[in-house]
Design a protein around this ligand. Structure first.
Ligand code: 5GP
Length: 122
């Protein structure tokens, strides 16, 4: 699959669609999820055009990877997430139910999030 420059997060990066911005620098943009699944639900996306965690990990430069993950932790700190704990999720592809094909991390917290997956192995 090729990167689609018209995906919704690419449009947010180009300021063609508004977002509730939390932080931005040369490596990443963080904003609140439009449909929060927890009291705190932020998204962190890299500035570069990467489809998924797999694409980003394999193809981004060391500077992009370090810059991106430091932004993710900085935003978690700014939101107060480390105090009581939180969850970082990246959905990938069909089985992972990835909806937006621009790599992103979900930062979730602000309450007890329960066990990791609703669906077990059964
Ligand atoms: P995925 O399933 O790809 O991991 O998650 C995509 C996330 O993007 C979903 O949680 C969804 O609510 C969020 N989302 C989709 N469109 C928009 C949008 O236009 N603005 C914001 N802020 N979030 C969006």
């Amino acid at each position: 699959m090729n990167y689609d420059p018209d995906n919704i997060f690419a449009k947010i990066l180009r300021n063609e669609i508004p977002c509730d911005r939390l932080y931005e620098d040369e490596y990443a943009l963080a904003f609140n999820d439009i449909s929060p699944q927890a009291p705190i639900h932020a998204l962190v996306i890299p500035k570069g055009q990467y489809l998924s965690f797999a694409d980003f990990s394999a193809n981004a430069s060391a500077d992009e990877i370090a810059g991106f993950f430091r932004v993710a932790q900085r935003v978690a700190d700014d939101l107060g997430l480390p105090k009581d704990g939180f969850r970082v999720i990246s959905n990938i592809g069909r089985n992972g139910h990835q909806e937006v094909m621009h790599f992103h991390l979900h930062l979730l917290g602000g309450c007890d999030l329960g066990s990791m997956l609703k669906r077990g192995l059964g």
